[in-house]
Ligand binder design. Structure first.
Ligand SMILES: Cc1cc2nc3c(=O)[nH]c(=O)nc-3n(C[C@H](O)[C@H](O)[C@H](O)COP(=O)(O)OP(=O)(O)OC[C@H]3O[C@@H](n4cnc5c(N)ncnc54)[C@H](O)[C@@H]3O)c2cc1C
Length: 339
């Protein structure tokens, strides 16, 4: 049984920054995430993609942002419980009891749910024999774009991810972009760039086509695509990437008696508390009038939720607002030596 001030559910960017906000005011957090890595959507869905709207960071990637957030919370020596899903929560006197699918138990007066879209899974190809090639030729996300260097790659999908990766990988791989409609769903600029690259012979575009079969023994050798009117084409390829979006599954969060609104948790904007005292929701999983599903909004939400956690974790102490620039206490917690 692990006792702490706050259990943070979700090690996405918002959960990570909440740890920082808790740490500087002297609260300990334990972080649980059912993924095998830290960084949430940033690391799972777009580690190599550039992000341009993090305040004061003109450009970073999903991976570098996660790395910087981790660096920022290093002084707090936070424990991460990865590959563990928070399964159940229940009230025990003034505390919450939090139990994972591996039967690890936490006791804390506060829970911050930074669970993003819950446990998310990519929509997959629905053809026979596809499972045996998963992560061995068939991928639904890209962890390291260098893997595709000088390879033949077929990308399926019509949204931003399919277009962006087709454009990016065309710099060093032989790319065929396949979509079941003639029009792409992604931003207009990206479809224009893809069409331009097609004219220049840098990528091939096949529409309206869908995958109909995969060939290969230990690895993929070719695929066949089929149009609605029955026309088929065989394409030799090393890899197949499917970007059909995610299936959003709230998972166990839906069973905790929290008010829900379209798979998100309504909160008040004063402290991001849910309908249960001591349970807060921040980041993509929370909703309120005007909510923006942006990382920067999640950072603000975490800052306010952290201050509210203080009241329940230290009922006999008074919270005092301070700046990191001038607060000796905060600087000590951050391990900064006084000058
Ligand atoms: C392709 C793409 C590009 C984007 N670009 C931008 C951008 O340029 N700027 C921007 O601001 N935003 C961008 N976003 C959105 C941004 O990634 C999200 O707003 C952000 O990741 C939300 O962070 P979060 O910490 O709330 O949730 P997430 O990043 O979703 O992390 C939630 C974590 O909670 C875990 N979890 C869920 N349920 C449980 C449970 N029961 N037990 C344990 N763990 C659990 C999940 O495994 C996950 O790791 C983009 C998103 C995508 C998909």
């Amino acid at each position: 049984m692990i006792k702490t001030d706050v259990v943070v559910i979700g090690a996405g960017p918002v959960g990570l920054f909440a740890v920082h906000q808790l740490g500087i005011i002297g609260l300990k957090a334990e972080v649980v995430d059912n993924l095998d890595k830290i960084g949430g959507q940033c690391i799972e869905l777009y580690p190599d993609k550039p992000i341009y709207d993090i305040p004061a960071i003109p450009e970073c990637t999903g991976a570098s942002l996660s790395e910087s957030l981790l660096k920022q919370i290093k002084p707090f020596k936070t424990n991460f419980h990865l590959n563990e899903r928070v399964q159940e929560i229940s009230k025990e006197k003034n505390n919450w009891k939090i139990v994972t699918n591996k039967n690890k138990t936490f006791i804390a007066p506060n829970i911050i749910i930074a669970g993003g879209v819950g446990s998310f899974e990519p929509r997959k190809f629905l053809i026979q024999g596809v499972e045996k090639f998963e992560n061995n030729g068939i991928f639904y996300s890209i962890k390291d774009k260098n893997y595709f260097k000088n390879k033949k790659v077929c990308i399926f999908g019509g949204g931003d991810s399919a277009l962006d990766w087709a454009i990016e990988l065309s710099k060093f791989a032989e790319v065929t972009l396949v979509h079941r409609r003639n029009e792409f769903r992604g931003v207009e600029h990206s479809s224009q760039v893809a069409r331009k690259l097609e004219k220049e012979g840098k990528i091939k575009i096949k529409t309206p086509f869908q995958i109909s079969s995969i060939e290969g023994q230990d690895k993929i050798s070719a695929i066949t695509i089929k149009s609605e009117d029955g026309k088929t084409e065989k394409i030799t390829t090393d890899c197949v990437l499917g970007f059909f979006g995610l299936i959003m599954k709230l998972g166990p969060i839906a069973e905790w008696g929290l008010n829900l609104e379209k798979k998100t948790i309504p909160v008040n904007t004063e402290n991001f508390q849910t309908n249960k005292e001591g349970i807060f929701a921040i980041g993509d999983i929370c909703t309120y009038p005007g909510k923006l599903k942006l990382i920067l909004s999640g950072f603000h939400e975490g800052a306010l939720a952290a201050r509210a956690c203080f009241k329940l974790a230290r009922p006999n102490e008074k919270y005092r607002f301070e700046f990191t620039t001038t607060s000796k206490g905060m600087q000590e917690r951050l391990g900064i030596k006084s000058k």
